[in-house]
Design a protein around this ligand. Structure first.
Ligand code: CO8
Length: 258
């Protein structure tokens, strides 16, 4: 495992694991961490040997939000000149699947980071929310938009305006997380999901991710048009030939990402 101050990384097969590591502040997200996270993710996105990125917090906290200490005395001009959302845009642009392993607090910017991930595996202990209103601000990294698209207006309003924390079970019922598992399995189950996705055809995974995300951003007819294009493009890949041949020959496919 290699180590920076706030992010720990390791690679297992085709899965790159990044762990957020600021335990003293419950993995609060500061500018330097977000910059390093965006850079690491871009590096893995460009690395052909990596097929899936697994982003994890600790058992106690996925991330308890943006670092309040960094913002407490900031003015509007300070916040604008930091241009912190450019790091979030870089993470949004990652093309490979990102699996989130979430345990404990996923709050504010932590919930927003979770919503930037593609498959969210969540411990039954998770507490998820957008409590910015408790400290005199509001969500700023997509919390009012992605949350509303995921859970609908009435529930999003409740979460954003009351600042209450959801249990993992509630979040699951609302479609905000993909799976809830017993607390001792939160990381292993996320790793299993990452391994399963890493065994699939990588170009299919990238195209499928793009297409699902298009549902959030584009009108239906436009997104359907792009889906069709992405589908056709896969017929130019070796992995389509291999996948279908393997099925007909009743053997496991061996995907190369070509
Ligand atoms: N920032 C900085 N420090 C934090 C944060 C945070 N977000 N959350 C917790 N900490 C620190 C605490 O100050 C405390 O430090 P110390 O031990 O030095 O006193 C330590 O972590 C442990 O926290 P608590 O003692 O409070 O632990 P509890 O178990 O009692 O409570 C809670 C845990 C409920 C998670 C509580 O710490 C809490 O409410 N934290 C703040 C949650 C919050 O308001 N998050 C939203 C922040 S604003 C935001 O995310 C805006 C996003 C905008 C876009 C993103 C831009 C980057």
């Amino acid at each position: 495992m290699s180590e920076s101050d706030h992010l720990l990384t390791e690679v297992e097969g085709h899965v790159a694991v990044i762990r957020i590591n600021r335990p003293k502040v419950l993995n609060a997200l500061n500018l330097a961490l977000m910059e390093d996270l965006a850079e690491l993710m871009e590096r893995y996105d460009a690395d052909d040997s990596i097929r899936v990125i697994l982003l994890a917090g600790s058992q106690r906290a996925w991330a308890a939000g943006a670092d309040i200490g960094d913002m407490a005395t900031a003015t509007r001009a300070d916040m604008e000149s930091r241009d912190q959302f450019s790091q979030w845009n870089r993470i949004k642009a990652i093309r490979k699947p990102i699996v989130a392993a979430v345990s404990g607090f996923a709050l504010g910017g932590g919930c927003e980071l979770m919503m930037h991930c593609d498959v969210v595996v969540c411990s039954e202990t998770a507490r998820i929310g957008q409590p910015e209103i408790n400290i005199g601000v509001m969500p700023g990294a997509g919390g009012t938009q992605r949350l509303t698209r995921a859970v609908g207006k009435a529930v999003a309003m409740d979460i954003v305006l009351s600042g209450r924390f959801l249990s993992a079970k509630e979040a699951m019922l609302m479609g905000l997380v993909s799976r809830v598992v017993p607390k001792e399995h939160w990381f292993d189950e996320a790793m299993n999901v990452a391994r399963v996705i890493a065994a699939k055809a990588p170009v299919s995974a990238r195209h499928a991710k793009e297409s699902v995300l298009n549902a959030e951003e584009h009108p239906l007819s436009e997104a359907l048009g792009r889906e069709r294009e992405l589908f056709y493009m896969l017929f130019d890949t070796d992995d389509q030939t291999e996948g279908m041949a393997a099925f007909l020959e009743k053997r496991r496919p061996s995907f190369t990402g070509k």
